[in-house]
Write a protein that binds this ligand. Structure first.
Ligand code: GLU
Length: 497
């Protein structure tokens, strides 16, 4: 029976980029939809680029996003180990297999010799030097040196790498699910290093060996790997695995918000937008909104519907509907998605998150307060981190923040009227928005004052500005005693401006 097995294979070289999170998401969606398995594999064989903690960051990101792998490092599975650094013997064995079959060869050229060679070619005005069928005769390798010399060098423990012997004249066809037919000539592929001098495999060898051994059915990855696929096909051929080669789907590039060029890790700081997976959490995004936004960066369902829960995405997702052209990272769209999810969330569901936001600013509020604040503000914010700055006046005194407006709205001669309004509110038996409103309206009528004259003054005294949700809901939330106190203080301040 054919089963879908896909993998997300990041190199733990730093924090997971949103492009990586999108790749993981598409793999997850495809696996879930097909009743298949989603594998996480840590491609950690490049010791120079290894960053401690990066693997944890990746797992934490996937867990936060709700797309946890079925197999992987720290998770387990029948195809482990899932960390390439723990699979050295396997790569050695398969490298030997290629050497024995004459599909790969030892190369003893030192880094200095290679550099010299590159410099010579450059000085002679030739093409950049490539180690391949046309040049390997002039280099120091087991094909040019012969058996005996090779053995002698090996006996003397001369450092070496193992290279793939790429024969010219081969056409490599890749049927990419996203890009359609892509063809390469083997002359375009050089004799890539498979095993480095440190005995560790290169990305290419480990990737192909593992995709084969882990029975990966579909390789879904970023477009930047498309050129490498030619080499990978040659490797499958050299191993005799071409028949069971996975299918490929190369995802479109993520472009900068202005659409000009590839989104880079530096754009985050430059433009003040999240580019690492957990930056979204930090910036107050909900996982479901982030996932929905990411799903649409390179895919669309072909309908007008934009809001998809994770299960709905699983249902609607289709590799055939992935776009070829780059996907522009529109941060405003991400904020829009988050707002839609906030509005659709129950107040009680948001309460713990709102509470956390206040706690992060040293304000301890009750679950009931948090629920109320969530309800009052969720349509006015885009991200969770806006709850505190937009709602702090609901639980603490902030004074008059918009003095300009206060000067405009406060008429000193009306102070006695506002004193009376305060006294009436102080005596109100039921502190409830509709009752507060009724009392205020009755007062306005008696005094012949308009909403426009009264409400801004109430708002300014209680919340410091004239913006915000319904004024009477604000007063109810702030509480009777506190409202009365703030009115008194506010009138004094406005009088003195
Ligand atoms: N280790 C590669 C990366 O970091 C994996 C590419 C692939 O999926 O083949 O993206």
């Amino acid at each position: 029976m054919f089963t879908v097995r896909v993998r997300f294979a990041p190199s733990p070289t730093g924090a997971l980029h949103i492009g990586g999170l999108r790749t993981a998401l598409y793999n997850y969606l495809y696996a879930r939809q097909q009743g298949g398995t989603f594998v996480l594999r840590s491609e950690d064989t490049d010791q120079k680029r290894y960053v401690p903690g990066a693997e944890e960051y990746i797992l934490e990101s996937l867990n936060w996003a709700g797309i946890t792998p079925d197999e992987g490092p720290g998770i387990g599975g029948d195809y482990g180990p899932y960390r390439q650094s723990e699979r050295r013997d396997t790569y050695r064995k398969y490298t030997q297999q290629l050497l024995d079959a004459g599909q790969a060869y030892y190369a003893f050229d030192t880094e200095a010799e290679l550099e010299q060679r590159r410099a010579d070619e450059k000085a002679a005005g030739n093409h950049t030097f490539r180690y391949d069928a046309s040049t390997r005769e002039g280099m120091r390798n087991s094909l040019s040196l012969g058996k005996e010399e090779t053995q002698r060098l090996r006996d003397r423990n001369t450092p070496y790498v193992v290279r793939l012997r790429v024969d010219p004249g081969q056409t490599i066809h890749i049927r990419d699910i996203v890009r359609g037919d892509v063809a390469f000539q083997s002359e375009e592929v050089d004799d890539k290093v498979l095993m480095k001098a440190d005995g560790l495999p290169t990305y290419h060898l480990a990737n192909v060996v593992d995709d084969h051994l882990m029975e990966i059915s579909h390789v879904i990855r970023g477009e930047e790997w498309l050129p490498s696929t030619a080499l990978h096909v040659l490797l499958y051929r050299a191993f005799g695995w071409e028949k069971t080669m996975p299918e490929f789907a190369h995802l479109p590039l993520l472009l900068k918000p202005n659409g000009k060029g590839k989104l880079s890790k530096r754009d985050g700081e430059k433009l003040g937008i999240p580019v690492f997976a957990l930056d979204f959490r930090e910036a107050g995004f909900l996982p479901a909104a982030t996932i929905n936004f990411l799903a649409f960066l390179g895919w669309n369902p072909g309908t007008e519907q934009e809001i998809f829960s994770l299960p709905q995405l699983v249902e609607a997702f289709d590799l055939d509907r992935i776009n070829k052209s780059g996907a522009q990272y529109d941060f405003e769209k991400a904020r829009w998605y988050n707002q839609q999810y906030l509005i659709a969330s129950a107040d009680e569901e948001l309460a713990p998150l709102v509470r956390q936001q206040f706690a992060d600013h040293g304000q301890s509020i009750t679950p009931a307060q948090a629920t109320r604040i969530a309800g009052l503000l969720k349509e006015r914010v885009h991200t969770l981190d806006e709850f505190y700055p937009q709602g702090r006046y609901l639980t603490e005194r902030v004074g008059i923040t918009d003095e300009k407006m206060a000067r405009k709205k406060w008429k000193p001669e009306q102070r006695p009227a506002f004193e009376e309004l305060r006294d009436r509110l102080a005596e109100l038996p039921d502190w409830e928005a509709s009752k507060i409103k009724a009392a205020t309206v009755a007062f306005m009528k008696e005094r012949g004052l308009s909403f426009g004259a009264v409400l801004p003054v109430l708002r300014l005294a209680v919340s410091g500005t004239t913006n915000g949700p319904d004024a009477f809901a604000i007063l109810e939330t702030v509480g009777q005693e506190e409202t009365v106190a703030r009115l008194g203080l506010g009138y004094d301040v406005m009088d003195s401006l």
